[in-house]
Design a protein around this ligand. Sequence first.
Ligand SMILES: Cc1ncc(COP(=O)(O)O)c(C=O)c1O
Length: 414
Amino acid sequence: MKRVKTCHILEMLRSQKRPHLSFHTPGHKRAGADITELVYSDNLLSPHGVIKRAEEDIARIVGANAAYLLTDGSTAGVHAIILALKEAGISRLAYPKAAHKSVKDACYLFGVEGIEIDAPSSPYPQQPSIEAISAALEQADALLLTSPDYYGNFPPLKEAAALCQEAGKPFVLDGAHGAHLHGTQFYAGSFAEMWVDGAHKSLPALTQGAACFAKDEVWASRLKAALSRCRTTSPSYPIMASVEYAYKYPKNEKLERAAVALKREIGAEQNADWTKVLVPFGEKSANAEAYLQKKGVYPEFDDGNFLMFYLSPCTKKGELKRLKKLLRRLPRGPLIAWEQAKGERGKEGNLTRLVPLSKAEGLTCARECGLFPPCVPLIGKGERITKEKLSRLASAANTFGLEGGCILVFWEDA
Ligand SMILES: Cc1ncc(COP(=O)(O)O)c(C=O)c1O
């Protein structure tokens, strides 16, 4: 497989003049690819050279009016999109309950009211139905959906876009897991006013490499202004170069077909995104993960039911074969139900307290928390805390929303 298009930023980095005596940041003074804004290297905040050319090419490749490189992950793009909405007069945003924390953080930071869209959360967070989206949108001024989600599923994109258009409300997408979809019918750009792509997740870009986009000039100028408030002023050139490279990387259709076949052969979940292989191990998931790690095989996450294996156009067919062989050897267990029991909302007080996980069963959660990744809430604010979810949190390698092994609960219950 070879790269077919010129990568402007990479070419600039490769053709640096020698000698290069570095009296500029960064402090390692080694120059090389990790440089700062110099006379020949352009400037991300006001691009006019190689960065501008890279952004224009990427916009053309994905079919956007404007593309903006991000070196601070999709998080910066989500924040900027929500700030751009706020600047356009939006004060209430509907988003799925299982939206990534960056969505909720941005609403908190910019004073946007979040209207949560409910959806089943077991055996893993599902996409909301169009009925639930429609009901939430009635109370909101704009809609944000995740497309695709970490589990490789899509929301009802066409129907949601039509609803928003009819209501004259902006539609934006968190495509942190969908950068590889450009050029397909599922790509966020076919539906949304603004969207973000996590190039580092499903395309060959360095970690934190991402891009965000606007469909027309009006949203482009709002997004650009918002981005200047949400991003670093010291962008990494290796990351920027890698994002441009990633969008110019050829599709790997042979691998896509091999991934679809693998999913069928190993009894993976039937999702719609070839890059996410979701294998149901149920209560045996921790054992399966430990066995694979001993063999030097590392999945993206273990959510207590599923191991998720993240592919990209750079995954090799031989690697899929090895994975298949190993997975076939591993026993599977029954799935654990994570659903919040009906009517199991606890009493929300004004005061809160941190309680060890071992003492929290039956109390009411005061701050959403979960596994990291996938960084979607396992226990929501106001939810009654169950034994199963506590044991999942206690055995997870990484979590969010907890503090020193304690969970925040409403005080009146404690
Ligand atoms: C759905 C979703 N949105 C946004 C993000 C944030 O992306 P990043 O880690 O690139 O900032 C993530 C990260 O996992 C995610 O899963």
